[in-house]
Design a binder for this molecule. Structure first.
Ligand code: ARG
Ligand code: ASP
Length: 701
């Protein structure tokens, strides 16, 4: 089902990539000495964008800080939403039309798909408003305003009071978020909409074109978009789903540019990046490079090999494990790129900055101890964090553990929704695959766990004569492997609780699981407490450096430009792909590359209408994806990419995998985000979806 189009899909050696050009290495190395925010690094707070606006305008931006963020008048921020807690979306019409990625709308599209109406495979286009499909549980959030409240909190006001006041009697949702490890606090006030309907989605063969094979790769040809509409009550206020609701009229929406982009053009991305750690010390980077990433990559490689083999052997697991494979592989590939990037940049060995800081701090008693305190904190906290990460990737990589956890949750608090989720987990479950995974995960656990292993664990493996025997017992002595056995228990929670008491996989989890961990090692309270003064000190020490707070799923602005990059010696990756590249990849025998017949026909007839662009050899084609230098991360999927005039030119959906170390260190020579060109989106809606009526409500420029 996969062809070795790129080195990652070659089995056995998933980590190898060609060596990067020496020239890039040199630029990267010279940049290390002073890790200043260079070029296009940075995820800036919109309310403070005034401090960056001169730089933005020098780089081509033609609008003002007020156009980006304003509390007094409509601004771009009113057209950007947090989409269901993990992605970004943007408004593109005065009637609440919203666009995000296909992979962000995937759950909703899948939820409406049945054998008769398989929208994932064939796409979905509402012909009019009455056909737009409601989505239970799907929400979007718009930022009403944000405000620094550090001083108010310091003066003794409580967070509860500040939030309650800002919520205006339940009209808004509020949160106080920490910036710079708590040196500054910001209040965020959101308006949440719960009636969000599906309007359109391309077939997966466009929206997910290239699948996991092309994921994190360039050149890319994915039409990764889907369309929704926000509905509100007659006063334009958020409301629960109702047929009485009407399309939301946003204060601001993005005009759509049909003029296209060229290398060097200014780009701005406005969205909700989730998590970065730009200011951590070498110890934290060493943890990622030497322990965490290698362990997680290896365990996932082993899991994926078992799943892929089963998928290749049989059609049923190919479908049932498609989504699971995609999500396991997504982070797996990202970590490989991150590891490679950090090794290449030499981020761990980069002590010069810390040495300089130490020298500066030496005669400042309040700061002099900080690096030592951080080092000591890492020394005592790292092992516990590592063991929990190991547990999450190994023991909890066994699906039976996931099933048991869901059942345990159900036994404590049964609900219709949870029962439905559990039934779905079982529909996609193949115990034969999971048994093989379990053996491999126990082997991995033993390999990565420091000695001695917990006694409770060795007691089990001794009793079962090794890991194979123990893995077999997890299944043979289990009461929850088959749904026919579980189903009656869902109606009798006392019996379910009793069954779970004896469940061997829960005993295994109990030996290793120490509960939730913060998103990064450095966010463990014992470590983070030192980052707060360290961050404060850094900002005094390095006054020239333009600091921006780490991503934390709050709204940010990143700016840069459309740009290719040197992929390898003599190999330059140009920033724009076209339909011709899709046709070159097209292969009806390969699932990820089997395009819709309609697209083939369109290409054969060169029937592109207004979406055609000239090729170098005098022909015509359609633009598809482009690369830019914007600093983005997970959560930025679906973010608007706008040009110097604030017009929508693309929708962000990925980075190249070599870019992903930008979560810790941004390298302007290599880091590139990937967007789908808005012209390909319009072309697909118009020519493939036959939904040209949707274009009429947009402001095309
Ligand atoms: N790599 C992108 C991100 O991290 C896209 C993931 C979805 N696509 C996929 N083929 N799994 O979200
Ligand atoms: N694909 C990511 C997302 O879904 C974006 C990234 O990591 O660059 O948010």
């Amino acid at each position: 089902m996969k062809r070795p189009l790129n080195p990652t899909s070659r089995r056995k050696r998933p980590c190898r990539m060609p060596r990067i050009a020496a020239a890039i290495l040199l630029t990267a190395l010279t940049a290390i000495a002073a890790p200043k925010a260079r070029a296009d690094e940075g995820m800036w707070l919109p309310s403070l964008i005034g401090k960056r606006i001169d730089d933005m305008r020098a780089k081509g931006f033609r609008l003002t800080a007020e156009d980006i963020y304003s509390v007094n008048k409509a601004s771009m921020k009113d057209a950007v939403v947090l989409f269901n807690g993990g992605c970004t979306g943007e408004l593109i019409s005065p009637e609440g039309l919203l666009v995000t990625n296909h992979h962000c709308g995937y759950g909703a599209i899948q939820g409406h798909s049945t054998v008769e109406h398989d929208y994932l495979t064939h796409g979905f286009w509402a012909r009019d408003r009455s056909e737009e499909l409601p989505n239970e549980g799907l929400w979007v959030r718009r930022l009403v305003r944000m405000e620094e409240v550090t001083d108010r909190l310091a003066a003794g006001e409580t967070a509860e009071k500040i939030c309650e006041e800002a919520a205006e009697k339940g009209r808004y949702r509020t949160a106080i978020e920490q910036m710079y490890y708590g040196n500054q606090q910001f209040l965020f006030v959101y308006e949440q909409f719960d009636d969000v309907r599906l309007v359109g989605a391309p077939p997966s063969s466009i929206g997910k074109f290239g699948g996991d094979t092309d994921n994190w790769m360039w050149p890319r040809h994915t039409g990764d978009f889907s369309l929704f509409r926000i509905y509100a009550d007659r006063e334009n206020r958020p409301a629960k789903f109702s047929r009485e609701n009407v399309p939301y009229r946003p204060a601001r929406y993005f005009p759509v540019s049909t003029k296209g982009i060229r290398e060097g053009d200014f780009t701005m991305i406005y969205g909700f990046p989730g998590n970065t750690q730009q200011y951590v010390t070498a110890d934290a980077v060493a943890y990622v490079v030497e322990r965490s990433d290698p362990m997680k990559i290896d365990l996932r490689t082993r899991r994926l090999e078992i799943i892929s083999a089963a998928q290749e052997a049989d059609a049923a697991p190919r479908i049932r494990y498609a989504a699971k494979h995609a999500s396991i592989a997504n982070a797996w590939k990202k970590w490989q790129g991150e590891l490679l990037g950090l090794q290449r940049l030499g981020t761990v060995a980069q002590k010069a900055y810390e040495t300089a800081f130490a020298r500066w701090a030496a005669d400042r008693p309040e700061y002099a101890h900080l690096l030592d305190s951080l080092r000591a904190a890492y020394r005592s906290a790292t092992e516990g964090y590592y063991l929990q990460e190991l547990c999450n990737e190994s023991v909890k990589g066994i699906e039976l553990a996931t099933l048991a956890a869901a059942l345990k949750q159900y036994a404590a608090k049964p609900s219709e929704a949870l029962a439905e989720r559990i039934a779905k987990l079982y529909r996609d479950y193949d115990p034969a695959i999971d048994r093989r995974v379990a053996v491999e995960m126990l082997r991995g656990l033993e390999q990565y766990h420091p000695r001695p292993l917990p006694e409770a664990y060795t007691a089990e493996t001794t009793r079962c004569k090794g890991v194979e025997g123990y893995a077999a017992r997890l299944f043979d002595a289990s009461a929850i492997v088959r749904f026919d056995a579980v189903e009656p228990l869902l109606r009798d929670t006392a019996a379910l609780r009793a069954a779970l008491q004896r469940e061997p996989v829960l005993h295994l989890v109990g030996i290793f699981d120490r509960g939730r961990i913060p998103r990064n090692l450095s966010n463990l309270p014992a470590v983070e407490r030192w980052y707060r003064p360290y961050m404060k000190a850094l900002r005094e020490f390095d006054r020239e450096r333009p600091f921006y707070p780490d991503a934390n799923l709050t709204l940010r602005v990143a700016y840069g430009q459309v740009a290719g990059y040197w992929y390898a010696d003599a190999v330059y990756h140009r920033p724009l792909t076209t339909l011709d590249g899709i046709i070159a990849k097209d292969d009806p025998t390969v699932y990820d590359y089997d395009i819709p017949q309609r697209l083939r026909a369109c290409h054969a007839a060169k029937d592109y209408g207004r979406w055609s662009i000239p090729t170098a050899d005098g022909g015509v084609t359609v633009p598809v994806c482009f690369l830019a230098t914007n600093h983005t991360t997970g959560g930025n999927s679906g973010s608007p990419v706008v040009n110097a005039d604030g017009e929508l030119v693309g929708i962000n959906f990925d980075r190249t995998w070599r870019s992903t170390m930008s979560d810790l260190q941004f390298d302007p020579a290599i880091c590139r985000n990937i967007a789908v060109d808005i012209r390909y989106v319009l072309f697909t809606i118009d020519r493939i979806g036959g939904a040209g009526h949707l274009l009429k409500e947009m402001e095309l420029r």
